[in-house]
Design a protein. Structure first.
Length: 277
């Protein structure tokens, strides 16, 4: 992929929707392209929200055309999508048909290449998690089904999970496809009390994308530098595993998100320059 790019997740440059930290900014998604460019971001991660995917322009021909026009005019690219929808509509409880979660995932795989998305993130957390029961087996069969589709469209699926790192790594080893990788989240690691040094070494080249946030075991999201994430240690490990993928800010919401986004961008760039520049 070459030099790492720094971006922000969709919605962080817009007012919160219904008080939720992360959501698709239905009414002002277009404006975010120019705001992201003004803040200095090269990329933006798309969001498929937990509700109403039909309102997302990814799923209409005219919407995808408009996304491409905005990428071109702003210079801000969309290389990845975070599929929050599947946190509320778990894939392992679904069968493959056009009206199911699995059907929607297949549709996402088919449509993403039209707007340049190469990475599809699945947050397998909470009720959508890979718990040690037959849910994880059902997901394995899904990944086997998806493998040729991912090959056809040159896509990767990145998993984010609350499994213990060793258990998650063993699960990844059962998936016989290098198109199923890890979305690593610095904040989640701190929140769950994992050893980031061991975790990053364990996943190594399986890490396909990185979310940047800071957390404490008590608070799921705090301003960068104010939580338990050891950014020097983490970025040193990213250097050791030769990580060259993207970094996406998935940072805390504040009373001035645009000002904070610029500050968090500068904070993260300092580590990218120090360790990966």
């Amino acid at each position: 992929m070459g030099m790492s790019r720094l971006g922000i997740i969709q919605g962080r440059l817009s007012p919160m929707v219904d008080g939720r930290i992360q959501s698709f900014p239905t009414k002002i998604w277009r404006k975010e392209f120019d705001v992201a460019a003004e803040c200095g971001f090269e990329i933006m991660e798309w969001v498929v929200d937990v509700d109403h995917p039909e309102l997302n322009p990814l799923f209409t021909t005219s919407g995808r055309r408009e996304i491409n026009i905005l990428q071109q005019s702003s210079g801000v690219k969309v290389p990845s999508v975070c599929c929050d929808y599947f946190m509320k509509n778990p894939l392992q409880q679904s069968t493959i048909d056009s009206f199911s979660s699995r059907g929607l995932l297949l549709e996402i795989c088919r449509l993403c290449p039209e707007i340049g998305i190469e990475l599809i993130e699945l947050p397998l957390i909470g009720e959508a998690g890979l718990q040690p029961d037959n849910a994880s087996d059902r997901m394995l069969s899904l990944f086997e089904t998806l493998a040729p589709i991912l090959d056809e469209f040159n896509l990767k699926i990145l998993l984010e999970t609350d499994l213990e790192p060793e258990a998650f790594n063993k699960y990844l080893d059962q998936i016989r496809s290098d198109r199923i990788q890890v979305n690593y989240d610095t904040g989640n690691s701190a929140y769950w009390g994992y050893d980031a040094q061991k975790e990053i070494s364990l996943y190594g080249g399986k890490i396909g994308n990185i979310h940047i946030k800071d957390c404490t075991p008590e608070d799921y999201s705090v301003p960068l530098g104010q939580g338990n994430v050891d950014f020097d240690l983490s970025f040193q490990k990213f250097k050791e595993i030769n990580y060259q993928g993207d970094f996406i800010l998935q940072t805390v919401r504040t009373n001035n998100d645009i000002k904070s986004a610029k500050e968090f961008r500068a904070f993260t760039l300092s580590y990218i320059s120090k360790y990966l520049g």
